[in-house]
Design a protein around this ligand. Structure first.
Ligand SMILES: CC(C)(COP(=O)(O)OP(=O)(O)OC[C@H]1O[C@@H](n2cnc3c(N)ncnc32)[C@H](O)[C@@H]1OP(=O)(O)O)[C@@H](O)C(=O)NCCC(=O)NCCS
Length: 195
């Protein structure tokens, strides 16, 4: 299944050949880790990196085999992003609870669905890719019954905050000082889509 969001940006299911890109983004082109939940990556030992990479590759393999079984009507929780035919990122959605924490799997008591995005290679940033991809993802989620849509970041991620506001999100919940990044203390932010 493919969603053509504009002439340049397509959302599609994950494929086997994407795994090579993910290994590169995990091991060589890692700048995005400074911004996308950086607390998960800071201060890891080489052994931890190796173990987490192995687990991640296994998870990607599972996602590829699950995606190969999808029908057009299966509800997707993640998409790969192609820009002019090049694999440049991914976007995904997950359920959050009333306290804005991530919920595993399906839960009828969820507050709603949060969306996230990464354009891994900095050279592809500021080309309107995230705007197009998240607009496509929001339309997809609304068409599949999501009523409340959120996005989450931290107070040091100014690009993501500006992107959220541009898309029509408003701050919904701020958790003071819960994130420590590169020696600084930041707030955890949840935004809700108001349109
Ligand atoms: C945040 C991110 C997804 C934006 O992707 P992008 O494709 O560059 O975004 P777009 O080109 O669609 O820009 C959309 C808006 O984001 C904001 N933005 C993007 N880059 C910005 C920058 N360098 N400075 C300020 N605002 C910026 C602007 O509001 C911009 O709208 P405008 O161009 O009309 O001013 C991208 O920078 C990224 O992947 N960063 C690393 C991973 C990350 O932080 N993910 C979010 C985790 S919560």
């Amino acid at each position: 299944m493919k969603i053509q969001t504009n002439d340049d940006v397509t959302l599609r299911d994950i494929r086997q050949e994407d795994i090579t890109d993910y290994i590169r983004w995990e091991t060589i082109e890692t700048e995005w880790q400074l911004w996308d939940a950086p607390w998960l990556y800071e201060g890891r030992t080489p052994e931890q990196c190796e173990r987490e990479l192995k687990e991640y590759i296994e998870k990607l393999g599972r996602w590829v085999s699950e995606a190969s079984e999808y029908s057009d009507s299966s509800i997707r929780s993640r998409f790969e992003i192609d820009y002019q035919g090049e694999h440049v990122g991914s976007c995904a959605s997950y359920l959050i609870d009333g306290d804005c924490n991530i919920l595993d799997g399906c839960d009828t008591t969820s507050l709603g669905r949060a969306i996230g995005i990464c354009v891994f290679d900095p050279q592809y940033r500021r080309h309107g890719i995230a705007t197009a991809a998240l607009t496509g993802l929001i339309d997809y989620l609304k068409a599949h019954g999501s009523q409340r849509i959120f996005t989450q970041t931290w107070s040091g991620n100014e690009r993501m905050i500006a992107l959220a506001k541009k898309l029509g999100f408003k701050e919904y919940r701020r958790k003071d000082g819960i994130r420590q990044v590169r020696g600084g203390v930041y707030d955890g932010l949840t935004f809700e889509l108001m349109r």
